[in-house]
Design a protein around this ligand. Structure first.
Ligand code: DLL
Length: 434
C-alpha cells in the first residue's frame, strides 16, 4: 500500500490548532448557535423555556449540559419543515431519511450550510489520502440519502474528478473502476464486499485494481473487516461517519496515516457522550451514546441531538480534534438475547476469523416456544463449500466464547446471504411484536 499521508500545509489550519484555540472558537460558535435555534425555531424556544434555560446561561462549554436533548421524535413531530430556522425560500436543499420506521425525517441546508458541508467532506477526503486531481468513484446512493450528494460536494471542493455512479449495477461498478482508473472509492463497507465478489465473478484480481483507498461508512464495520478489505484490494480502508440530522457524511473521518478512530470536525460539530439511561454527560474515554450540537448551521441548527450511536471520545492524534472510536452499533440494533446484549459488529468480528466463510452475514431472530433464538446466516467461499459444516460449528463456538450467547449458524453456498447495495440489513426480526 502506498503512503497517502496528506501534506501538513494542505490541511485547514484549525485541524492542527491548539486545543485552546479550538475551545475558544467552539464557545463563541455555540453561543451563536443556541441563540439562533432559540430565536428562530419554535420547538427550541419551547423546550429551552420548559427546562428553564436560556442561551445567555451558556458561559462555558460545560454549560451545554443544562440544555435539553433533541430526539428523532422531536424531528418527526415537526415534520416536514418545523425545525427550520430560516424561511423555506432560503433553503437551498433538503434531504430526508428513508423513514422505514414511520415518517421520514427532513433536514435542510442554506447555501452557506452546503458550503460548510463541502468543507468538512473535502477535509475528510483529504484525510483519507485523496488530493486535487485524483479520481473518485462515488458509489454512495444519490438522492434523498445524504451519502452520494454529500460526498460529491466535498469532492468538488477538493478538486477531484468525481464519477457519480451511485449504488447498484455492480458489474458496471467494476468496469468503470477499472476503465477510469479510480484511486478512491466511497461506498458502504457491505456494498464494497459485493463489488469484491464481482471482481471474482469477472475473473479479475482486485489487488491489481487501481484503487488505493476506500472510504467506508453509513453503517458499522469492524477493524477485522478493515483488514479483510485492505488485504483483498491491497488498498487503505478508512472510516467516515455522519448522520443526516447533523449534516450527512463528513462529521468525522479517520486519517489514513493513523487509522486509529475518527477525528470529529469539532469546529462545526460539538460532541458529548452521555449515559443513555440517565442522560448524564460522561468523561472522555467512557463508552456511551454520542450526542451532537451543530455550531454553524443556519437552516437546521441541531442542539444536543441523541444519535443512539454508541462509542467513546478519545484525545486527538494525527489532528488536534478529538476522535471517536469506531461505532460499536446503534442502541436500536442492540439485540438482547436471553439477557445478553449483542451487537452485529461482535458477530462480524468472529466471522472474520474463519477463513472458510465469506464476510457476508445476516442475523435472524425467531421466537421458538417461549425462547428467543438467533440464527447467523453465513455462506462459504466457492472453494470451501465442503468445509461449510465445520466452519459453521467453529463460528458458533467462537460466538459462545467471545460474546457469551448460543446461536445457530446456517451455512449456505456462495450467494446464499442477501446482499446490500447501500446500508446492509443485518437483523431480520421474526419475533411476534409484543
Ligand atoms: O449514513 C451519512 C453517511 C453517508 C455517513 C455516507 C457516512 C458515509 P444517515 O442515513 O442519516 O446518514 O444514517 C446515519 O448511520 O447515526 C449511524 O448509526 C450510521 N453510521 C453512519 N456512518 C457510520 C460509521 C448517513 N462510519 C446513521 N460507522 C448513524 C458506524 C455509521 N455507523
Amino acid at each position: 500500500m502506498q503512503d497517502l499521508t496528506p501534506r501538513k500545509e494542505d490541511l485547514d489550519p484549525i485541524e492542527i490548532a491548539s486545543r485552546d484555540e479550538i475551545s475558544a472558537l467552539q464557545l463563541q460558535r455555540m453561543k451563536a448557535s443556541l441563540r439562533h435555534a432559540y430565536d428562530n425555531v419554535a420547538h427550541y424556544k419551547a423546550s429551552f423555556d420548559a427546562a428553564g434555560v436560556h442561551p445567555d446561561d451558556l458561559t462555558s462549554l460545560d454549560d451545554l449540559a443544562k440544555f435539553p436533548f433533541t430526539t428523532k421524535q422531536d424531528l418527526r413531530a415537526n415534520y416536514p419543515f418545523g425545525m427550520f430556522a430560516v424561511p423555506r425560500d432560503q433553503v437551498a436543499r433538503v434531504h430526508a431519511s428513508s423513514g422505514t420506521t414511520g415518517q421520514p425525517t427532513v433536514v435542510g441546508y442554506t447555501k452557506n450550510d452546503l458550503d460548510m458541508w463541502g468543507t468538512v467532506v473535502a477535509r475528510s477526503l483529504r484525510a483519507s489520502g485523496l488530493r486535487p486531481g485524483d479520481l473518485l468513484h462515488n458509489a454512495y446512493g444519490y438522492g434523498l440519502f445524504t451519502g452520494g450528494l454529500g460526498i460529491h460536494l466535498g469532492a468538488d471542493k477538493l478538486g477531484l474528478t468525481t464519477v457519480p455512479i451511485s449504488g447498484g449495477m455492480t458489474q458496471r461498478q467494476v468496469r468503470l473502476i477499472e476503465d477510469f482508473g479510480a484511486k478512491g472509492i466511497t461506498v458502504t463497507p457491505s456494498y464494497a464486499l459485493s463489488i469484491l465478489d464481482e471482481y471474482a465473478a469477472q475473473g479479475l484480481d482486485p489487488r491489481k485494481s487501481p484503487l488505493q483507498v476506500g472510504i467506508f461508512g453509513a453503517e458499522p464495520w469492524t477493524n477485522a473487516m478493515r483488514r479483510e478489505i485492505e488485504d483483498a484490494f491491497d488498498m487503505h480502508a478508512v472510516d467516515i461517519y455522519g448522520l443526516s440530522e447533523v449534516v450527512g457524511p463528513g462529521v468525522a473521518n479517520e486519517c489514513v496515516e493513523a487509522k486509529d478512530g475518527l477525528h470529529i470536525w469539532e469546529d462545526h460539530f460539538y460532541p458529548e457522550i452521555i449515559d443513555p439511561d440517565t442522560g448524564q454527560v460522561l468523561p472522555d474515554g467512557a463508552l456511551g451514546e454520542l450526542v451532537f450540537t451543530s455550531l454553524t448551521k443556519e437552516a437546521f441548527p441541531i442542539i444536543r441531538y441523541r444519535t443512539r450511536d454508541l462509542t467513546r471520545l478519545l484525545p486527538g492524534t494525527a489532528r488536534s480534534m478529538r476522535r471517536m472510536e469506531k461505532v460499536t452499533g446503534r442502541s436500536d440494533d442492540m439485540i438482547i438475547l436471553r439477557g445478553v446484549n449483542v451487537f452485529p459488529t461482535q458477530i462480524e468480528e468472529q466471522l472474520m476469523e474463519i477463513s472458510a466463510l465469506a464476510p457476508h452475514f445476516q442475523l435472524e431472530l425467531n421466537r421458538v416456544g417461549h425462547k428467543d433464538e438467533m440464527r447467523v446466516k453465513v455462506e462459504t467461499l466457492p472453494d470451501t463449500v465442503e468445509l461449510g459444516d465445520e466452519a459453521g460449528r467453529a463460528l458458533a463456538s467462537r460466538v459462545k466464547q467471545a460474546v457469551g450467547v448460543t446461536v445457530k449458524v446456517d451455512v449456505s453456498g456462495p450467494g446464499g446471504v442477501a446482499r446490500s447495495q447501500g446500508k446492509a440489513v443485518r437483523i431480520v426480526d421474526n419475533r411476534p411484536k409484543e
